[in-house]
Write a protein that binds this ligand. Structure first.
Ligand SMILES: *Cc1c(COP(=O)(O)O)cnc(C)c1O
Length: 821
């Protein structure tokens, strides 16, 4: 739903500087999430740790033109075509805008608050109701003073039900959230110790939370919880109540019986006089309680008990983030270094205990202080110790002042350190052998450094990458673009073998608009390494949508099947408006929608809100060859029409792009909004087969030199037949490193001290032999496999292939080294 900048200015009571026309679809508070710059309004929020005003120059450079600020930038002339809406408090302005947005909708809205289980209850209500309703809900656990307005902003004309979480950590905060959510149905999950530090009592906290429900039609809660029950009666609300109870059969929802067995729990309940039952595939008490809250909402919204039972049976656990990696010295690493609350520790320990493939291994837990638990430290670490003992952890390595102070509570093998650096310097990490290691710490402890040290990495022969040459190539192609044309840089296949992270970082520093990789894991690795640029996934796997959502990786969508799976996955994960890139097949006949499918595609996209097209593109099959020019022109024309048809179905701008490297060079008229630069970035001009600025040099070192008489042979199968007395050098690179075996037996050469040294005999797996009879050289000298003086295109020609294949064949075990001249 679009809003004009005038309307927004008046709603938030801002002073407007700049008179530029703008329509706003997107609200942004975190510059890393930027996606649709043209239609974005950025709120420069000031928090304890950060100030959003810092990011204005960067966002402006990336195309954002509308900003809500408290302080107008000093050099306004740098922001010629921008609007600045100046207010006294940007957070309050954001909340006000969201509250005003909420007022437009007359649909039921569920507001969920409580100390635990909010996200699970929200997701389960969603799972019970989504088959019949279009639901807008908080993504993940967006429940803060900032997260709630961003969530509510996602409601649109299709929304039939809203489900939003509200979390608070201080008195007075619920008063701000209530007008934004304006729930008609209130769910209070439970009241516990989380965030207790800012409340004088549990009762205070409970009363504060109930503020959310002051205008609700109905309130749902656990009637057996005395604290909650007494607070609800004290609040004097006139709303209807659905208190569920296992003890009191006068309550509107009476739970008659709960039966657990090995695979699930069957729950019998009485509602409006009828006795019904359902079953869930969980047996823990928290899940049972969560399901009861979700049940009450579904009953209130008149889902039939039969449908409820059917859907409860298939409830899915709410996703979480745990990574398993191969470690050094036979260790298995479970990495959960993103958060550190007690509940997630329990889940992670449970996961470690269950991994049957690790049976018999010692279990080590590396754990930091648990921050912001709201519990007294003594109580907290007693609980942690109990958990650690009951989950059969063999050793704990604790990091932080608080956990160190509680050392005596742990009755297992243990070590404690005040900081992560102290732990690393102790050398204890290198003593871990054949263990399962769970690494779990609050972000501030930087446990990523620990994971880094423990992870398995192998190095050999090196591939040197000249980053300056890369930038020169980038600029070479940039100079061919019109000023407004955007650029995607292809960093798929480890940046054509050059290594994705450094290449991506360099490109990000030079502000390219998009990066593209082949598969989700490549993108996730970039995100983990700190790359914030927008990333497109060209070959999204059906099994990796969650990775894409977690890391904000934007998939290419090329078929209805893929689209449906994506929409389904987005539904499960609580994701909406996720950007996607539509591929059209204009003649490659590899992947893509046929042009005739566009109307059906537009229609399908209109009937969902999980994804939103950010760009539309196609791929040229022969842009590097004159003989295909008429075919290429036909592809461009087909694309022009099909992409225009897609765009016509939407009010927001959809970027169009078709040119690859050769297309940029040869079809300047087909730049549309964006181009995709690949091989040219790595220094190869695909049209002339010339090297622009050489980026990669594959080199190794002579291990040993033998004088071999004329009647001997070299290597396997006696293939290296010598016709003269020779000097034969062995170098540590073989076909397992990506040195193609067909280069052997004199078909090609490497360079030693600038001279050609032919490969002798068959290339082995890890080593090969070269003839250096005529070359002045010694052991330890360098051998260049390809690089400046031996272009990769020569090897490609010898192998009757393309340079792309040679570059991407250099295997992972070859260490990449980066330099700038
Ligand atoms: C790899 C790729 C490119 C880049 O092609 P180059 O010839 O390397 O410039 C562009 N578009 C798509 C869809 C690709 O897969």
């Amino acid at each position: 739903m679009s809003n004009s900048i005038e309307e927004i200015t008046s709603v938030i009571g801002a002073e407007r500087i700049g008179k530029h026309q703008a329509t706003i679809d997107w609200i942004l508070t975190d510059s890393r999430s930027m996606c649709f710059p043209e239609e974005t309004l950025f709120f420069a929020l000031k928090t304890k740790r950060n100030d959003g005003h810092k990011y204005i120059p960067e966002l402006y450079a990336r195309g954002v033109r509308n900003f809500v600020v408290t302080d107008v930038p000093e050099q306004l002339s740098h922001y010629a075509d921008a609007n600045f809406l100046q207010v006294g408090n940007t957070l309050k302005a954001l909340q006000r805008l969201a509250a005003k947005h909420r007022e437009q909708f007359q649909v039921p809205v569920v507001g969920i608050t409580g100390s635990n289980g909010k996200t699970v209850v929200k997701e389960w209500i969603y799972q019970l109701l989504s088959p019949e309703k279009v639901i807008t809900r908080s993504p993940r656990s967006y429940n803060s003073q900032i997260g709630v307005p961003l969530s509510v902003w996602m409601m649109n004309e299709h929304t039939e039900l809203g489900i939003f979480e509200a979390g608070i950590s201080e008195m007075g905060e619920m008063e701000a959230l209530q007008p934004i959510i304006q729930p008609t149905i209130g769910v209070l999950t439970n009241i516990g110790w989380a965030h207790q530090e800012n409340f004088s009592s549990l009762q205070d906290k409970c009363m504060e939370k109930l503020q959310l429900f002051k205008d609700c039609d109905v309130i749902i809660y656990n009637g057996d919880n005395e604290l909650i029950s007494s607070c609800v009666s004290k609040s004097l609300f006139t709303s209807r109540e659905i208190a569920w109870s296992m003890k009191d059969n006068e309550r509107p929802l009476f739970i008659e019986k709960i039966e657990k067995d090995d695979t699930g729990t069957t729950i019998k309940y009485r509602y409006l006089g009828f006795l019904k039952e359902y079953r869930i595939p969980f047996i823990d008490d928290a899940s049972i309680e969560n399901s009861l809250n979700a049940l009450a909402v579904a009953l209130y919204l008149m889902v039939s008990p039969e449908d409820i039972a059917e859907r409860m049976a298939h409830l899915e656990p709410v996703a979480m983030r745990l990574e398993v990696k191969e470690g050094k010295n036979g260790c298995v690493l479970i990495n959960d270094s993103y958060n550190s609350d007690f509940a997630s520790l329990d889940i992670a320990l449970d996961f470690m205990a269950r991994r049957t493939e690790d049976k018999g291994r010692r279990r080590t837990l590396i754990l930091s202080d648990i921050l912001e638990s709201g519990q007294p430290s003594k109580l907290l670490y007693r609980q942690v110790a109990d958990l650690v003992h009951s989950r059969k952890v063999d050793r704990i390595i604790g990091v932080g002042e608080e956990i160190s102070a509680a050392a005596s509570r742990f009755e297992i093998d243990k070590r404690f350190f005040r900081t992560t650096t102290e732990l690393i310097e102790s050398g204890i990490l290198s003593s871990l052998r054949n263990e399962v290691v769970l690494i779990k710490g609050a972000r501030v402890f930087h446990f990523d450094d620990i994971t880094d040290l423990l992870e398995l990495k192998v190095h050999e022969t090196i591939l040197e990458i000249n980053l300056e040459a890369l930038v020169d190539n980038l600029n070479y192609y940039r100079n061919k673009l019109k000023p407004d044309t955007k650029m995607v840089c292809m960093v798929k296949a480890s940046a054509y073998g050059a290594g994705s992270f450094e290449i991506a970082k360099t490109l990000e520093d030079h502000r390219v608009d998009y990066l593209a990789v082949a598969v989700a894991d490549e993108g996730a690795d970039l995100r983990k390494a700190g790359i914030n640029s927008s990333i497109i996934i060209m070959n999204p796997e059906l099994t990796a949508f969650k990775t894409m959502f977690d890391y904000k990786l934007e998939p290419e969508v090329y078929s209805f099947h893929l689209l449906e799976e994506l929409i389904k996955a987005a539904g499960r994960e609580g994701v909406s408006n996720f950007p996607i890139h539509i591929k059209i097949d204009t003649g490659m006949h590899r992947l893509g929608f046929a042009p005739e499918e566009i109307p059906a595609l537009v229609d399908r996209l209109h009937r969902q809100s999980a994804v939103i097209p950010r760009s539309v593109f196609s791929h040229l099959v022969g842009s590097d060859a004159e003989r295909f020019d008429s075919f290429t022109r036909r592809q461009i024309e087909t694309f022009e029409n099909a992409s225009a048809e897609l765009q016509a179905g939407f009010s927001h701008k959809i970027l169009r792009h078709i040119c690859n490297t050769a297309g940029i060079e040869r079809y300047p008229g087909a730049q549309f909004d964006m181009v995709r630069l690949g091989i040219g970035l790595y220094g190869i001009d695909p049209f002339t087969n010339k090297i622009l600025h050489n980026v990669g040099t594959l080199k190794t070192t002579i291990l040993q030199i033998h004088d071999v008489p004329a009647d001997e042979t070299v290597g396997y199968s006696r293939k290296g037949i010598l016709t003269r007395n020779s000097r034969i050098a062995a170098i540590p690179i073989g076909y397992a490193d990506g040195l193609n075996r067909h280069l052997g037996n004199g078909n090609a050469y490497c360079l030693v001290n600038g001279q050609k040294a032919p490969y002798v005999g068959n290339i082995c797996m890890d080593v090969c032999m070269i003839d250096v009879t005529d070359i002045d050289c010694k052991e330890g000298d360098k051998a260049i496999i390809f690089g400046d003086e031996l272009p990769v295109t020569i090897l490609a020609d010898k192998l009757n292939t393309i340079p792309y294949e040679i570059l991407t064949s250099v295997s992972n075990r070859v260490k990449r080294i980066y330099y700038q001249n």
